[in-house]
Design a protein around this ligand. Sequence first.
Ligand code: OOB
Length: 533
Amino acid sequence: MSIEYTPWPAELATQYRAKGYWQDKPLTTILSDQLGNNSQGIAVADGQRQITYAELNSYSDNLAGYLQVQGLQSGDTAIVQLPNSIEFYITYFALIKLGVAPVCALFNHQRTELQSYCEILQPKAMIVSSAHALFNDEQFTNELFNRFSCLSKIITDHSKGNSELKQGYLHKHAFCSADLNPEDVAFFQLSGGSTGTPKLIPRTHNDYLYSVVASKEICELNGDTRYLCALPAPHNFPLSSPGALGVFIAGGTVILANDPSPTVCFPLIERFAITHTALVPPALQLWLQHASASDTDLTSLQVIQVGGAKLSRSVAEQVTPVLGCQLQQVFGMAEGLVNYTRYDDDQELILTTQGRPISDLDEIKIVDENGQPVPQGESGRLMTRGPYTFRGYYKSPTHNASAFDEEGFYSSGDIVKQLPSGHLIVEGRDKDQINRGGEKIAAEEVENHLLGHDHIQQVAIVSMPDEALGEKSCAFVVADQDVKLTTLILRKYLRQLGIADYKVPDKFKFVDQLPLTAVGKVNKKALRATFEQ
Ligand code: OOB
């Protein structure tokens, strides 16, 4: 049984195939293509260990075989939560080989995020790490087994010593390869989200492979590429833009870092002669500050990609003088569309735009509030469809009805303008989301958690400007009059519920009432305006 998703209309699919963009090959060809000449090339290194392409292939085969014995089969789903580690890619490929579609949670996700992924996906298995506090003991896994009868297996990787995951991939387990249909869902990406519950994005073999192959070409990766993956490995940017998968297609090496701080990354750059990396703007700022005082040799760096949130021109200008490498701006989304500045673009475009789409078949419409196209060069809402932009969130018919227009264009919620060259400039946002230095927070999701508190009547979460992160989050709270709620109490409340740390509001403001718009909705614009002096 295939996993359900909203397919592309047949005439567009025909076009994507005719151009050779959809190759009707499964994502597993990324690995199998390296097994000829490059099987002894190093695929992934993490500072302590490294594995070759042959090992990545045989380890993921072993794990697939092991999971098969546990009863997993094509059409099933799974949840993976692993830190940036060799095991992440072994697990990713093992599941893809099996035809089991995983959602890969971020390592900083907590109880409520994992539970809601379980609710939507009804996974048969989870592969997690005891390095995460939730999986330190068996309490949470027992809770999950009790609550989700679909779950038959939770495999925990223990960072030290022998773990079931390591047993699974290090030992030979016969794997009876699955018949993969490239039109099927290969895995799910996580949406940054703007709604009360997290949304999952089905990505098919065909669409994802095309986005990675084309990205690898644009970014000119080759067998000598040594890519530092310092952002969370499952995120679309370091996975596919061109990310680790692009590096594997090129036959290069991915070097993993636990976080993007210069203290962690600079020594790795020197030791592995890193050529490419991907950063969010706040991390880039730290690199720039640190570089002048550091005597680490960074001369191997060729390209730093920056994306996930808006990069200011003043910071962009410092990249080449301070870090001695080329800047590439990347504006992408887990839902599909990715834009890159090209290496041979004018300097002005590289410094001031967020790039242009990967594909000549990416269609862009920029529209006003009524869905009507704005005149060329003016700003409006970004709508897009194309060979690697999804057609619907998983099992979300109501939300899909408003997230897409009648022509199947996806509304990204970004306010952009487009130059005649096709380059996009991101000018703002029209979605109920906070972009905290690249980490996305769906305001409604956190508001709903807070509304669950006995003494909160109303709450609205909005962004406030922040020097380092670009934006932070502020919760305006209307509480019962007779109780004294404090920031501390509410932080503790959210942490006890178990939500990712970055979603806990940076600031709480206790107010008597929330401003309303003419139609009686909370006026978030007015709340945001309180931060402007
Ligand atoms: C990337 O993906 P997501 O899904 O975490 O977030 C997508 C949203 C975009 O809709 C936009 O609001 C914002 O993040 N964004 C940017 C940006 N890149 C992403 N806003 C301004 N400037 C940029 N350069 O963030 C993502 C996925 C693939 C590649 C790169 C980033």
